[in-house]
Design a protein around this ligand. Structure first.
Ligand SMILES: Nc1nc2c(ncn2[C@@H]2O[C@H](COP(=O)(O)OP(=O)(O)OP(=O)(O)O)[C@@H](O)[C@H]2O)c(=O)[nH]1
Ligand SMILES: [Mg+2]
Length: 470
C-alpha cells in the first residue's frame, strides 16, 4: 500500500486526486483513478492514442499507450476513459487508466500523474467527494465500505440495498413526517391566540406514534436482527484430544487446512478461518485438544483455547461417537456452561446403529448433531444447527434489507429518545415552543445518519476506514 501524505485541510474542488484503485499485487488489469479538474489535461499530456483524436468523448474507452514524457518510452499499453462531470463517481471530472496489473507499472504511471500536480488521494477520498458533492448520502457512502468488506453474499446484498438508498429513503420518510409536524407546531407558536385549526393533541400523539416512533423502533430492531449478517459470529470447536476437531474444521472448509493425525495432541495452537453458513459470516476456530496433565507446548495451546472461548458466540463441543462419553467430556461441558453449546458427536461412520437418544439421555436439554468428519455425513445438519442457534429468536426476515450499522443505530436511538420526549410533552400539554425543542433534537439526530448534521470528526472517522483508491 502507498502511504498517504500528511492529511491536508478540507477537500477542495480545486485539488485533483489520484490513486491506484485495484489491490496491490499482480493482476490481470490494474486501474488508476483520477478525479478533479486537471484530470483531462493530465490524460492528454501522458496518453498517446493509437489513432489521432480530435478529443475525448465522455465515457468512451480509448486504446493507446502511457508514455513517459521525459524518456519518451512507453510505460504500458492501456485503455483510458474520460468521464465528464457530473455523471461520475465523484461528480467531478474523472479519468481511469486501465493498464496491465503490474504494481511497478501502476506506480510509475501514478508517479507521472503526481508530477503533473495531481495529489495522492487519501483513503476513501473519492467516495467522500461523492458524498460532499451530494451524489450519495452518508448511508450510501458507508454502504460502499460495507460492500467491500462483506464476507458473504447475504452481507453484500444488505450493503447493496443501502447503496441503492433503501435506508436513506426510510430515514427520509420519517424526516418528512417530522418536518410536517414541525410546520404545524410552528403555526401554533406563531399564532398562540388565534383559533387556527391545528391538530388535536390526541391526533398528534397518534401520528407521532405511527409515523415516527414505530418506524424508528422497527429500524432499531432490524439493526439488532441483522447484526450477525454484518458482523458475523465466532464459533469455537472444543473437545478432548483426537476427537476430530481439526478434521471437522477441514470438512467445513472443504480443504485440508489443519493437520490431522491419529496422535492426540496434534493441534498445538488455535487455527482460525472464515466460513459462510447460509449467509452468516462465521469465524471458526479449531483449538488444541483439552486434557489434564498436558505438556508444555500443549498446555499453552490449551490456555489459548480457553481464551478463545471467552469471545465465542457458540461452542461446538465435539465428542468421539465411537467411544463412551467420559468424565473429561463432562468437565468440558461444565466449563462452557455459560455459552451456547451444540454437542457434536463425531465419527459415527465407525458406529453401527448410531442412536442419538443415548446422548439425549446423558445430556438432557443439549442440542445434539451426529456427524462424520470423515464421510461428511451430517454436515448439512450441523450447518443448519449452527444457523438455527445463532439466529434463534432474532425474528430476522431476509426481506428487510435495511440493517442500520452501529453508528446509525446509535443515532436512531437518540432520535427515538427525543421524539418520545416530545410525545410525553404532548401528553402533558406542554406549550408548542417546548415541543419544538425536542422535535428539532430528533431532526438533528436523524440528520447525523444521512450526513446532514454529522460533525467533521465523525466524517473523518468514517472515511478513514476505507481503502485508498475508493
Ligand atoms: N473414522 C473416522 N475418523 C475420524 C473422523 N474424524 C477424525 N477422525 C480421525 O481421528 C483422528 C484425529 O483427528 P483430528 O482431526 O486430528 O483430531 P483433533 O481433535 O483435532 O485432535 P487434536 O488436535 O490432537 O486435539 C485422525 O486419525 C482422524 O483421521 C471421523 O469422522 N471418522
Ligand atoms: Mg487438531
Amino acid at each position: 500500500m502507498i502511504n498517504s501524505p500528511p492529511t491536508s485541510e478540507t477537500v477542495s474542488e480545486e485539488k485533483t486526486i489520484a490513486a491506484i484503485a485495484t489491490p496491490p499485487g499482480a493482476g490481470g488489469i490494474g486501474i488508476i483513478r483520477m478525479s478533479g479538474s486537471l484530470s483531462l489535461s493530465v490524460l492528454k499530456d501522458l496518453f498517446k492514442p493509437r489513432r489521432q483524436l480530435s478529443g475525448f468523448v465522455s465515457h468512451h474507452m480509448y486504446y493507446g499507450w502511457v508514455v513517459n514524457p521525459h524518456t519518451r518510452v512507453p510505460v504500458d499499453e492501456v485503455l483510458a476513459v474520460y468521464m465528464k462531470a457530473p455523471s461520475t463517481y465523484t461528480r467531478e471530472d474523472v479519468v481511469e487508466i486501465h493498464c496491465h496489473g503490474s504494481y511497478l507499472v501502476l506506480q510509475e504511471i501514478l508517479t507521472l500523474l503526481l508530477e503533473k500536480g495531481v495529489q495522492l488521494a487519501e483513503p476513501g477520498e473519492f467516495t467522500k467527494r461523492a458524498f460532499l458533492n451530494g451524489r450519495i448520502d452518508l448511508t450510501q457512502a458507508e454502504a460502499v465500505s460495507e460492500l467491500l468488506q462483506a464476507r458473504t453474499t447475504e452481507g453484500a446484498h444488505l450493503a447493496m440495498a443501502h447503496l441503492q438508498g433503501r435506508l436513506a429513503s426510510a430515514i427520509g420518510r420519517i424526516r418528512d413526517n417530522l418536518l410536517n409536524l414541525r410546520a404545524i407546531i410552528e403555526v401554533a407558536i406563531d399564532f398562540p391566540e388565534e383559533d387556527v385549526d391545528i391538530m388535536q393533541p390526541q391526533e398528534m400523539e397518534k401520528r407521532v406514534e405511527d409515523e415516527m416512533i414505530a418506524p424508528l423502533r422497527q429500524l432499531i430492531a432490524t439493526s439488532d436482527q441483522g447484526k450477525i449478517y454484518r458482523e458475523g459470529i465466532s464459533v469455537v470447536i472444543l473437545g478432548r484430544p483426537n476427537v476430530g476437531k481439526s478434521s471437522l474444521l477441514n470438512a467445513l472448509l472443504k480443504e485440508e487446512r489443519a493437520i490431522v493425525t491419529s496422535l492426540p495432541g496434534t493441534t498445538r495452537d488455535t487455527i482460525e478461518e472464515y466460513l459462510d453458513i447460509k449467509g452468516v459470516p462465521v469465524r471458526i476456530i479449531d483449538t488444541a485438544g483439552i486434557r489434564e496433565g498436558a505438556e508444555n507446548i500443549e498446555e499453552i495451546g490449551i490456555e489459548r483455547a480457553r481464551r478463545k472461548l471467552e469471545g465465542a458466540d457458540l461452542v461446538l463441543l465435539l465428542v468421539d461417537g465411537s467411544a463412551p462419553v467420559d468424565e473429561e467430556d463432562r468437565k468440558l461441558l461444565d466449563a462452557v456452561d455459560n455459552k451456547s453449546v451444540l454437542l457434536v458427536v463425531n465419527k459415527i461412520d465407525l458406529v453401527e446403529d448410531f442412536d442419538v437418544r443415548n446422548y439425549n439421555r446423558t445430556f438432557p436439554g443439549l442440542p445434539v448433531v451426529p456427524i462424520s468428519a470423515k464421510t461428511y455425513e451430517g454436515l448439512p445438519g450441523l450447518e443448519q444447527g449452527i444457523f438455527d442457534i445463532v439466529t434463534r429468536g432474532s425474528g430476522w426476515d431476509p426481506g428487510h434489507r435495511c440493517v442500520p450499522n452501529v453508528r446509525q443505530r446509535a443515532a436512531l436511538v437518540r432520535t427515538l429518545e427525543a421524539i418520545d420526549q416530545m410525545r410525553q410533552g404532548l401528553d402533558a400539554g406542554l406549550p408548542p415552543d417546548l415541543l419544538a425543542i425536542d422535535l428539532q433534537d430528533g431532526l438533528d439526530h436523524l440528520g447525523e445518519i444521512v450526513g446532514e448534521t454529522t460533525t467533521e470528526d465523525i466524517l473523518a472517522e468514517i472515511f478513514a476506514q476505507f481503502c485508498i483508491g475508493k
